[in-house]
Design a protein around this ligand. Structure first.
Ligand code: NBP
Length: 471
């Protein structure tokens, strides 16, 4: 039987995705630039319906038509190189899929270029890491709708399934929409990770709890509204001991520097480009950057004074205060992420379905969490919802939890512990709900020094004040 789909790229993601597809009853063609990798996969899984090829020509020729080819190669130049090699071998109506972590504008460009030759191009976000690829990722495909329909049966089989049985994949929109939504997913992931790290820092260095005690707290939090993959693995991480034998928790041995692959930065730059407030993700990106300045921080820690006053708080209530602040701040982060998608959807003409997007993140991906159901419910109730905070459920959480965030921010600032995520969350909340911001002063300044004119509260039009005229 001819393979119904082919996978290019036999590194961990491509291999696991090919095995996942095969396990759902398909025959899968496999190819990798370095043939030995293809050979190793074929040998290791000789009992499976995998068809290895060692030239790109053989690989393309082996496939059922219209061909479905999924690329799982390094994003960027490698993806362009593979497209250039494959393109002359394809026929009109074939579907080329890029499952890499590609920048959405590259996908828009490739989609438009390939469309000229009648080749369909789908850019799909794939989240869930290597285990997700093998067992069921969350997938965010964008491109020609009719091309998506050709791969939908396969994608729906290989994707993770939510508790209601729905596959965690849905058509996102034209050209780069899928990779855009994956980019926002990754930005949100940065925010979630940062908020969890800040909570750990406060529990450890302000409350003074042990790593074991913090593990138990996270584990407990995971039973309630914070129930999510990232809280769950953090609880697990905190229970692990050093594998090099010191007997200490492994987290105490891990250096406090976090690199990044750039997807958080993409979300933030796009927010700046479209002029959308995206402070929590952006602060999370900055937090990673400042973490990388370890040598400078160590030197500064020796010369810059720390706060002198003592912080006082009620030990019994502070853990619940942190839990509330974490949930409140997570909601602010998602409110910003969905706001960004709403504005981008108009800007790039995608018609994104926000409830559907939240629903395909419920399982399979790194940000999977119980509260995504609340987001889906909010958009089911009101598809044109301006901001998540205006939904009754989220409004009620904000009402009940805001005090905890305010108290916690006070404690942390007094203690001198950085909380860029929590502070940006409460600042966003207070800015978004502010009837009047001090932007009148900025307008006046701009009109004063640059004659940029100003708008008035009591009549339409633009005005210029004679700042230099004697009163
Ligand atoms: P890598 O991102 O490490 O890429 C390695 C693959 O790219 C190999 O198959 C390699 O072939 C191929 N490749 C390169 Br590099 N340059 C090439 C070229 N010029 N022509 C043809 N092939 C080329 O693999 P990965 O970690 O499996 O990830 C694959 C994609 O999935 C990436 O875009 C990644 O960002 C994305 N992703 C990864 C994860 C994850 O958890 N790892 C999660 C979600 C998405 P070779 O063997 O001949 O060098």
């Amino acid at each position: 039987k001819k393979p119904q789909i082919g996978v290019v790229g036999m590194a961990v993601m491509g291999k696991n995705l090919a095995l996942n597809i095969e396990s759902r009853g398909y025959t899968v063609a496999i190819f990798n630039r370095t043939g030995s990798k293809t050979e190793a996969v074929a040998k290791e899984h000789a009992d499976k319906n995998l068809v290895p090829s060692y030239t790109i020509e053989d690989f393309v020729a082996s496939l059922e038509k219209p061909r479905r080819i999924m690329m799982m190669v390094k994003a960027g130049a490698a993806t362009d190189a593979v497209i250039q090699e494959i393109l002359p071998l394809l026929d009109k109506g074939d579907v080329l899929i890029d499952g890499g972590n590609t920048f959405f504008k590259d996908t828009m460009r490739r989609n438009a270029e390939l469309d000229k030759s009648g080749i369909n191009f789908i850019g799909t976000g794939v989240s869930g890491g290597e285990l997700g690829a093998l067992q069921g990722p969350s997938m965010m495909p964008g491109g020609q709708k009719e091309a998506y329909d050709l791969v939908a049966p396969i994608f729906e089989k290989i994707a993770a399934k939510a508790k209601d049985g729905k596959p965690c994949v849905t058509y996102i929109g034209n050209n780069g929409a899928g990779h855009y939504v994956k980019m926002i997913h990754n930005g949100i992931e940065y925010g979630d990770e940062e908020l969890i790290a800040e909570s750990y820092n406060l529990l450890k260095n302000v409350v003074g709890l042990s790593v074991n005690e913090i593990a138990a707290i996270f584990s407990d939090w995971n039973k309630g509204e914070l129930d999510s993959y990232l809280i769950d693995i953090t609880a697990d991480i905190l229970t692990r001991k050093d594998d090099l034998g010191s007997g200490e928790p492994i987290v105490d041995k891990i250096l406090d520097r976090t690199a990044n692959k750039g997807t958080g930065k993409w979300s933030s730059s796009n927010a700046l480009e479209l002029e959308i407030p995206q402070s929590l993700i952006t602060e999370s990106v900055y937090a990673r950057y400042i973490s990388m300045m370890k040598t400078e921080r160590v030197a500064a820690s020796k010369v810059l004074p720390k706060p002198e006053g003592k912080v006082s708080f009620d030990k019994d209530s502070v853990v619940e205060m942190i839990r509330r602040a974490l949930y409140f701040s997570k909601i602010m982060s998602y409110a910003q992420g969905f706001e960004q998608m709403r504005i981008a959807s108009k800007h790039y003409d995608w018609n994104l379905q926000y409830g559907e997007i939240a629903s395909i993140w419920r399982e399979g991906c790194i940000i999977r969490a119980r509260f995504l159901q609340n987001i889906t419910d909010a958009y089911d109730k009101e598809p044109e919802l301006q901001n998540l905070l205006l939904d009754d459920y989220f409004k009620d959480i904000a009402k009940r939890y805001q005090e905890a965030v305010r108290d916690l921010v006070g404690i942390a600032v007094k203690a001198g512990v950085p909380i860029p995520g929590f502070t940006s969350a409460i600042t966003y909340y207070d800015s978004y709900r502010a009837e009047r911001l001090p932007a009148n002063i900025i307008q006046a300044q701009r009109d004063f020094f640059g004659a940029h004119t100003y708008e008035r509260t009591d009549r339409d039009g633009s005005f210029h004040y004679s700042w230099y005229k004697e009163q």
